[in-house]
Design a protein. Structure first.
Lengths: 195, 195
């Protein structure tokens, strides 16, 4: 598969970075063609501006948006690796969605209503949280995140959501537990190769 | 009351702009002391960076973050006016939360667990959506937004959430309906004066 990895964490010492390195390495070893967009490294501008709206009215997009859209067009699957900050995406990734997943590219509105345009593509989301799994489960937060992110963004645009995997309590777990989490990342990557 | 208004829309011709103008005018007429932070106008940088983490380790924050924190400290109530983009906040506002509501200012973690530090302050959120009210209600999306935004951000930090009012189907309603929505904004502002 042609796999686009969109990565959003500022710290090369972070567990998110380890997840990214692990999945890229494993997917490549499995023979997939992997391209990485590291939003911090490329300095992606996440602020949707009036100029974006003006371009949209002319059926155009900004050059930096077009570049990212071309990567999505190229891909069979998009993998997002990011921390959950405030029960949502980091701003740089939220703005990637705001700007790149625009009307006419990711979805359209016609006589039948809103319709996703990215059908046939898959998405895999690997997220880390500071909060613990029990709290997220008991409060229904996993369900709310699934509705707002998986459903509200990806299914909305026509993607098939392969999995949204959460690695919880990341700042508080032991080195051994983190190692087990990275083994889970490897297993997820290998399962993709089989499907 | 001392009221801080945090406004996040790029277009001065938007309905969000009309909401902002209406509430500022009414709150001022009611005798409140109102300060406005227009995140687009001030060019707020929403990207939480490695430098922010490094400063945090020294118990410091960036100058632009400190400026916004001082406005919050000054206020009795914060009013947010913003569109819902992708069932979340626009990136510029998401990044305001990521950077300004940081550990040690908005919340802390001690032996009792996570604890908000902005107790005694109120928050009012005025949001616009493209989607219609029935869909948001029937799908449980209002509930998910309440959990991720009202609970996950504001209650988490100790704010009392006065109201999260959604103005729905904004791009599709008539001028008369928009006028009625602005009358609701006025009524909300007047009710604050009485409380």
């Amino acid at each position: 598969m042609k796999i686009l990895l969109v990565y959003s964490h500022p710290n090369p010492g972070s567990f998110n970075h380890a997840i990214k390195e692990t999945i890229v390495s494993e997917l490549t070893a499995c023979g997939h063609d992997v391209k990485v967009r590291d939003l911090y490294a490329i300095g992606f501008d996440p602020v949707l501006k009036s100029t974006d709206f003006l371009l949209a009215q002319q059926g155009k997009v900004a050059d930096d948006v077009k570049l990212e859209q071309d990567f999505i067009v190229w891909s069979d699957m998009v993998v997002f690796v990011h921390p959950v900050w405030w029960f949502s995406l980091p701003a740089i990734l939220k703005g990637y969605i705001d700007r790149v997943f625009n009307y006419g590219f990711a979805y359209t509105i016609d006589e039948k209503g809103v319709r996703g345009l990215l059908n046939g593509k898959k998405v895999l989301i690997l997220s880390t949280t500071g909060g613990d799994e029990k709290t997220y489960t008991d409060t229904g937060m996993f369900k709310s995140l699934s509705q707002t992110i998986d459903g509200g963004i990806f299914t909305f645009c026509g993607f098939e959501v392969t999995e949204h995997k959460f690695f919880t309590s990341v700042p508080y777990v032991s080195g051994d537990e983190r190692k087990k989490m990275l083994e889970q990342v490897t297993a997820i990557a290998r399962a993709l190769a089989v499907n």
